[in-house]
Design a protein around this ligand. Structure first.
Ligand code: SF4
Ligand code: FES
Length: 240
């Protein structure tokens, strides 16, 4: 019998299920058709257990387990949503809402509603402040909307592109995704594959065209500002 053939049984929300050894609690929930909210987890990236929104109760243990990284244990009893779990998820959402602009994060807003999160729970908290970075023709970065899920950094690195254009800078409340030494994206190793934009769960990373439309740019401005190295010419003002 190979490692892959080994299975174990556990109880998830009252139902006994069988999973492969090494399966995470999130895998088990998917298998059972149970929905667990995620923010930092994405099927295209390696789970890091950063946001903790996916926590579940295993055997009533002292600490809730992050379902995206915690492996299933044989004969355990898992509750994916009880009072403890709800309280924990609600607090995480309230803290996130107190420090990040979630206006363009509809999935997280839906979680706020689902978990009855109070958007005024921490009135003295400071929203993180960043200026929109518009330093290339392809996409803009608005880190006021960044939930630090790390997905963009991962797809830029070992999970997909192996380009390593992104990293983190500063610490604590001032932590932000950035290029190394804050160089512009055009000076960085970025190849503008767009995968970071594709996995971002908020409006922090946005195609330049979409952003320009929101800014009310004219057709000529859109054309000029989304073409690498293109110089503006009189023909660009033809109002197309
Ligand atoms: S920019 Fe988007 S993908 Fe990157 S860490 Fe922030 S929220 Fe996540
Ligand atoms: S989704 Fe599991 S810790 Fe973020």
């Amino acid at each position: 019998m190979s490692e892959d053939d080994i299975t174990l049984t556990l109880t998830l929300d009252g139902d006994q299920i069988e999973v492969a050894k090494g399966a995470t609690l999130l895998d088990a929930a998917h298998l059972a058709g149970v929905d667990i909210p995620v923010i930092c987890y994405h099927e295209a990236t390696s789970p890091n257990g950063l946001c903790r929104i996916c926590v579940v109760d295993v055997d009533g243990g002292r600490v809730l387990q992050p379902a995206c990284v915690a492996e299933c244990q044989a004969d355990s009893k898992v509750e994916t949503r009880n009072e403890r779990v709800e309280r924990s998820r609600r607090t995480i959402l309230e803290m996130l809402n107190a420090s990040v602009n979630l206006d363009e994060a509809p999935e997280i807003q839906a979680m706020m509603t689902d978990y009855d999160a109070d958007d005024a729970r921490f009135p003295d908290a400071n929203l993180r402040e960043h200026t929109v970075i518009d330093d290339n023709p392809f996409y803009v970065r608005d880190y006021e909307q960044c939930v630090l899920c790390w997905r963009c950094v991962q797809v830029c690195a070992e999970d997909a592109q192996f380009t390593f254009a992104l990293t983190l800078k500063n610490r604590g409340h001032d932590t932000s995704v950035a290029t190394a030494f804050d160089i512009s994206m055009t000076e960085s190793p970025c190849v503008f594959c767009g995968q970071c934009v594709g996995v971002c769960p908020t409006g922090a990373l946005k195609p330049k065209l979409e952003w320009g439309l929101e800014q009310g740019w004219s057709a000529a401005e859109l054309r000029q500002n989304t073409r690498r190295g293109r110089k503006r010419s009189p023909e660009d003002d033809d109002g197309e």
